[in-house]
Design a binder for this molecule. Structure first.
Ligand SMILES: *Cc1c(COP(=O)(O)O)cnc(C)c1O
Length: 837
């Protein structure tokens, strides 16, 4: 065997080593080498962006051997693996997180300082990797971090969109969208796997063919093909050697394209057509909790699923030749219904290519997949028009029909033949336009279906899929969402982290339940003082940011009252605005009023085609214009809309917040994860009994959270007996005054009538019960203000929130998935160097 020698070329051949890094390794050297040799820059031409890029490459280099070793170890030990399939990953920036997880942050900062660089400043040059919309995509990113930290043999798969979530600008108070070309300056984190390419088929037709033995099979022919090429992103675990992999697919034209046109001399036409296939991975659909039945979206989904399954099966076949082992070695977690076409795709591969019979193929498929449901909002339930589905994926439509036929037959025989029940269970909806119901397909084709909080799971079982729950009572389970403490506390809030660590050590970063120990310091006045100083430090950073961005002067002693999340009617940013206007009216009625000062901060994007949500953004900015420029108001009240909410902006805002607005109408927020990030950073929650708010209350104690509003069942009852919002309007003078002001163009004298639709909607329908919850919300906000006056008590509540937030670590969530669903165990890499080559 060849002697290892640190990757140097000896006698014309390269030897690889398992050593962590070359003896001569130093981040400064590596950094300098990348500046000179990769970026070809010198002292004179180097920019801050170059510094960011070179440093990131140097940090990536530090991960490479662990990354290779992790993948090799998984290959050699061949444990059961989990594949996490998500159309979205809202990763944010990677440099700071990588340094923390490698336990190299401080050292790196010091080394850079010697070279005259400031790490904090360099970090700001990284463009967010924003390949997701909101909670669902960020959850996937948090889970990657936890899967690596827990040393699970886990693999993330996604799409490398060329354009991530759009950049939001505010022009004349309105949201305007700009393309997010995040790869503009290159991406130091992903590496192209030059030899990993798969062919993905579309369109075509199905041919029945006969084998020599007389049996037949189906062939999918005359297809239009596209290549999927792999880009890999390293996912380092926290203070462990494991570096997991996130594989993202990019579409590329097949190289042997369109020879017929080529021959006819349409060379330019043929080359131009290449672009068509490459649009598949061009752009992320910007909808959160809403489906758009666009052809290109289904194309993206199948493109993703086809490439991913080919890759999973290739890896399986390296070690196995018996398909029955597949569910013992592979678990595939489907993040919402977006990748559910994987179910008929695996069936197609097993039946048409591997020549297994239907029963065997179905047995394998239904023991491989698990599905996470993320919402009960009806407009988010994916259904594909059968014609669209059949045109793009003719063989898959046949398979879906056969799955449905066998399923309904089974139901009739063993459960119920009631036509109404069968129609609800059917994977294909009846009626003039037949549709493939992806959630139904997901439930039938998987062995586990999970909700993302207790209430959400309960609603799935009793309201959304009660008949499925009767047929498969053991299939439905709950795994409450979580967030990674590495990014959301340790990286986002270094001052709070230092304070906590000074008291209880650093183990909490890996085991968040350890935070419990800081309860011992609640009665320590000096500790509470430091706690407030940390919050004030963070607040001052945010004040500077707001001054820079919005040119608004914010009172540092005001309540930082924050609602940042996607704009959606069910999340009820509108209810928050009504409170702001109510406070404004109190000040106008009595300019000398004694009032606890507040800064109400909003941030979030609305889907570009979601008119009602975009008008709420316009209303906030209109109200802000009036309130912030009214001399009667002074620093008692400020309204701030921070544009372009993102992971990076969240990391700046959340540590500075006092009050976390989690005010969705009860029953519609599946879990929420923003709520967890705020509580983990010492903000108190004002919220409804919805999603994970309920479990946060359970953990932190009801005296440490502000709960208001209708319960989920009460919302249902209210609607059942006929909800009349006008009644609330007429009987509540304060509400009436606020609505009348908006309706009479008080905040928008130059654009009269723009809020008419909004007001009409509220007065006549108010689908999200804004009026019904108004008074309860106002009363609770008054209680918040009262309690904020007593800073010592408020600080205690803040400490209790952090101390009791342990449950909401994504490490807990991922462990539950690993035990209850995946049956996957850690693969611990030893600290030394591997013996394997
Ligand atoms: C956590 C997070 C979300 C989810 O917030 P919710 O309040 O749970 O809707 C959305 N966007 C970003 C950037 C986040 O970090």
């Amino acid at each position: 065997m060849a002697k290892k020698n640190n990757g140097k070329v000896v006698n014309g051949s390269i030897f690889f080593t398992d050593k962590e890094e070359p003896e001569s390794f130093s981040i400064s050297n590596q950094f300098a080498e990348h500046l000179e040799f990769t970026l070809v820059k010198d002292r004179i031409t180097v920019t801050k962006d170059d510094a960011y890029y070179a440093l990131s490459l140097a940090v990536r280099d530090r991960m490479v051997r662990r990354w290779l070793r992790t993948q090799r170890e998984y290959h050699i030990k061949d444990p059961k693996r989990v594949y996490y399939l998500s159309l979205e990953y809202l990763m944010g920036r990677l440099l700071g997180n990588a340094l923390i997880n490698l336990d190299y942050y401080e050292e790196c900062r010091e080394l850079l300082k010697k070279d005259g660089y400031n790490l904090e400043e360099i970090k700001e040059y990284e463009h967010d990797m924003g390949l997701g919309n909101g909670g669902l995509g960020r959850l996937a990113a948090c889970y990657l971090d936890s899967m690596a930290t827990l040393q699970l043999p886990a693999f993330g798969y996604g799409i490398r969109y060329e354009y991530g979530i759009f950049a939001q600008e505010i022009e004349n108070g309105y949201q305007v969208e700009y393309a997010d070309y995040w790869l503009k300056n290159g991406n130091p984190w992903d590496i192209l796997r030059r030899s990993l390419q798969y062919r993905v088929k579309f369109y075509g037709r199905v041919e029945k063919k006969v084998y020599p033995d007389g049996t037949y099979y189906f062939d999918w022919v005359d297809t239009d093909d596209v290549l999927a090429v792999a880009y890999d992103v390293p996912v380092p675990g926290y203070k462990v050697k494991n570096v997991n992999n996130l594989r993202l697919w990019q579409a590329k034209a097949v190289s042997d394209f369109e020879f017929s046109e080529f021959n006819r001399g349409d060379y330019v036409e043929a080359v131009a057509k290449k672009n068509d296939s490459e649009t598949i991975s061009k752009v992320l659909y910007p909808n959160d909790t809403y489906v758009e039945g666009k052809f290109l979206r289904l194309k993206q989904q199948y493109f993703f699923v086809s490439a991913t399954l080919q890759d999973i099966i290739r890896k399986f076949k390296i070690n196995h030749d018996n398909w029955e082992d597949f569910p013992e070695k592979v678990c595939i977690q489907l993040n919402d219904t977006h990748p559910v076409v994987a179910i008929p795709e695996l069936m197609r591969i097993l039946i048409d290519q591997e020549r297994l019979g239907w029963e065997k193929a179905w047995y394998i498929t239904t023991r491989t997949f698990a599905y996470t449901n993320h919402t009960v909002v009806p407009e988010a339930l994916e259904e594909w028009n059968e014609k669209i589905f059949g045109e793009l994926l003719p063989r898959h439509l046949q398979i879906v029909y056969e799955i449905n036929r066998r399923f309904l037959e089974d139901v009739k025989k063993n459960y119920s033949a009631d036509e109404a029940v069968l129609e609800k269970l059917s994977i294909i909806s009846s009626g003039p336009e037949k549709r493939v119901r992806m959630a139904n397909l997901a439930i039938v084709g998987t062995f586990a279906v999970n909700g993302v909080a207790e209430l959400h799971t309960h609603i799935l079982k009793t309201r959304i899929f009660p008949d499925f729950n009767k047929i498969y009572p053991k299939k439905f389970l709950c795994v409450t969402n979580g967030i990674t403490p590495r990014r959301w506390i340790r990286a986002a809030n270094p001052e709070l982290s230092k304070l906590i660590t000074s008291k209880i050590g650093e183990e909490w970063v890996r085991d968040l339940s350890q935070l419990k120990q800081i309860e011992n310091f609640v009665d320590d006045a000096a500790f509470r003082k430091k706690w407030r100083e940390v919050k004030m430090h963070n607040r001052r950073l945010l004040i500077d940011y707001i001054k820079n961005e919005n040119n608004i002067d914010v009172n540092p002693d005001s309540i930082f009252d924050v609602q940042v999340k996607r704009f959606h009617e069910y999340k009820r940013q509108l209810l928050n605005v009504l409170h702001v206007i109510t406070l404004y009216n109190r000040i106008k009625d009595n300019p000398k009023i004694k009032m606890v000062p507040r800064t109400v901060i909003f941030g979030g994007k609305a889907a570009p085609a979601y008119y009602a949500a975009k008008m709420v953004i316009k209303l906030i900015n209109s109200v802000a214009d009036v309130v912030n420029n009214d001399p009667d108001v002074g620093d008692k009240l400020k309204v701030v809309f921070l544009k372009n909410y993102s992971v990076t902006l969240a990391e700046k805002i959340i540590p500075a917040s006092d009050l976390s607005e989690q005010i969705s109408v009860a029953g519609l927020e599946a879990s929420g994860t923003g709520n967890m990030k705020f509580a983990a950073n010492g903000a108190l929650t004002i919220g409804t009994m919805d999603g994970a708010n309920i479990e946060i209350r359970e953990e932190v104690g009801e005296e440490n959270i502000f709960i208001f509003g209708l319960l989920a069942e009460e919302v249902v009852e209210l609607k059942a007996k006929g909800y009349n919002p006008r009644k609330y309007y007429e009987s509540n003078p304060s509400l009436k005054r606020v609505i009348d002001m908006i309706a009479s163009n008080y905040f928008n004298p130059k654009e009269p009538g723009i809020f008419n639709d909004m007001i009409n909607g509220l007065m006549n329908v108010d689908y999200y019960c804004v009026f019904a919850d108004y008074q309860s919300y106002i009363d609770t906000q008054d209680k918040v203000a009262q309690e904020f006056l007593n800073q010592e008590e408020w600080t205690k509540k803040s400490i209790y929130n952090v101390a009791r937030i342990g449950k909401f670590s994504s490490d807990r969530a991922v462990s539950e998935y690993a035990k209850k669903i995946w049956n996957v165990k850690p693969v611990k890499l030893n600290n030394g160097n591997s013996n394997h080559d």
